[in-house]
Design a protein. Sequence first.
Length: 195
Amino acid sequence: MKNNGLLLVISGPAGAGKGSVASELVKDENIRLSISATTRAPRGKEENGREYYFYERGQFEKMITENGFIEYAQYLENYYGTPKKPVDDWRKEGKDVILEIEVQGCGIVKKSVPDCISIFIMPPSMEILEKRLRGRGTETEENVQKRMKRAKEELALAENYDYVVVNDVLEDCVENVRAIITAEKLRTQRLSFNI
């Protein structure tokens, strides 16, 4: 019997590199990245259905009332959420699914899906985090300051995660997350002993 895939919750402050980590992990054909829905406007070359599902506020709020999300949160005046159905389908197929979500969303997922594995991606320093945010070239000065303030709040919650991985060198960070996935798959409570 095939075991259900893992549900991996990856969070961290904006600019910590959680998107880069997730992009590397999904190169494995057995790992899927859940596409989140948001009410924020697309950035740069983002496309609907690829990086995010871009919803109007009313459409998002309708899905909330219909219990269509595993989790959702409001962050800097926009909603973000994880649609339920694709995640459930992939896990039943034995695929591991990554949810790249905000800190407040992680708490909700941990309550609704107790066997999820939560991983906090930590920047090497606040200075490097700020440099990464400015390097995007998409943030206003006001948004950089908001994100830095929010990052301090989020870093204080890292201890609530199962694992914390520092993203100094991307390749090392990805290998550490892969090691976590391997270890979690070997937990006795996840294995089927049909001998």
